[in-house]
Ligand binder design. Structure first.
Ligand code: TXA
Ligand code: MG
Length: 340
């Protein structure tokens, strides 16, 4: 993909925000070596300042600039899955600004797979990277480019809707392929400790086990528990403004009919094809396949959220490990909703 990154790099070096596509969702990028630029991310998102950000790198060769005491399995995972939707939490290097880590001793790092993201990261590194005085720290801090707690953007237009004029430039790479945020694996406890899954995603625990021979733990607190400082683990997250309910397939007809009888307008996010006695006011159909469903999920939720109904009814998903990442996002989105 040919693209001139000159303007984007100049903006980053001037401390401005540049949104860009990744294979997961769109990111809201800033020079990760510049605390003032990073502060702008928090202001634009309305995100509490103690929530750490993921630093995006142009390659695994940059890991040592950002992390120390890197265990062997971090290199194995980077080798196997980068560029790709996997974030590694490692012990931070001394140079990493507090603004990025939320004051924690760890830092989140990933090399994204989207050609525009990689092109931007490489051009930024070629131009000398981040803030003068911290030369060589070539990384772009980028959370998902949405307002805090809201649905992540998977298209350039969503970024504009979410953040408007707060972003100096939005690189448009079309719809994101994966559609949900990266898998996060905590390796900061050292190489002999099992990795911890902090956020499920496209890269599964099985894949991590196959590469490292270590089975990631998935702490109960990360499955919908309220753990401060890891914003992806807050209960109310990825949430539409319209209240949302997860309903088993067999109960859909009765629930929709009941809501409508009570005078409530409802939107339906369906996975299987159903003959419903009462038609919802709005409907999106997603494929009954976890990967294809994830790809379309956030755009569908956004569309249904904007359709002006009283409730979004979401057809529940199978209790199969392949659906774990999607299930995590749906439970949090429903959790962020008030009961109707
Ligand atoms: O796919 C993705 O990861 C996207 C794209 C843009 O790369 N980014 C993303 O960033 O989802 P964000 O900020 O929306 O979510 C990052 C998650 C947050 O839950 C944050 O708390 C966690 O990563 N995180 C970042 N650094 C951490 C650290 N040092 N320790 C624990 N969690 C961390
Ligand atoms: Mg986010």
């Amino acid at each position: 993909m040919t693209q001139d990154f000159t303007q984007a790099v100049e903006l980053l070096q001037a401390g401005e925000l540049v949104a860009f596509p990744t294979e997961t969702v769109y990111g809201l990028g800033a020079d990760a070596a510049n605390p003032q630029a990073v502060a702008r991310i928090f202001a634009a998102k309305g995100r509490p300042a103690d929530h750490p950000l993921i630093v995006h790198l142009p390659g695994a060769g940059y890991l040592e600039r950002w992390a120390q005491d890197i265990p062997a399995i971090a290199w194995e995972l980077a080798e196997a899955f980068w560029p790709g939707p996997l974030t590694l939490i490692l012990k931070r290097a001394a140079e990493v600004p507090d603004a990025v880590t939320g004051g924690q001793e760890t830092v989140g790092l990933r090399m994204p797979a989207h050609p525009l993201a990689l092109g931007l990261l490489r051009a930024f590194a070629l131009a000398g990277g981040g803030q003068r005085g911290r030369g060589g720290l070539c990384g772009i801090a980028a959370p998902s480019a949405n307002r805090f707690g809201r649905i992540s953007p998977t298209e350039a237009a969503h970024v504009q809707q979410e953040l408007g004029a707060a972003v100096a430039l939005v690189l448009d790479g079309g719809p994101c392929q994966v559609g949900i945020e990266s898998t996060i694996i905590d390796l900061s406890r050292g190489g002999d400790q099992p990795p911890r899954l902090l956020r499920p995603g496209h890269i599964t625990p099985e894949q991590i086990y196959a590469v490292t021979g270590m089975r990631p733990e998935w702490p109960a607190a990360m499955r919908g528990g309220n753990v401060p400082r890891v914003s992806g683990s807050l209960e109310a997250h990825y949430a539409p403004l319209t209240p949302m309910r997860l309903i088993a397939t067999s109960l859909l007809p009765a629930v929709i009919a009941g809501l409508q009888k009570g005078g409530r307008r409802c939107a339906l996010l369906a996975r299987t094809r159903q003959a419903l006695p009462a038609l919802p006011q709005a409907q999106c159909q997603l494929p009954d396949d976890a990967e294809a469903y994830a790809h379309g999920l956030y755009a569908a939720l956004r569309e249904l959220d904007q359709a002006g109904n009283d409730v979004i009814v979401v057809e529940d998903i199978p209790a199969d490990p392949a659906w774990a990442a999607v299930g995590d996002r749906l439970r949090r989105a429903a959790c962020g909703s008030s009961e109707v």
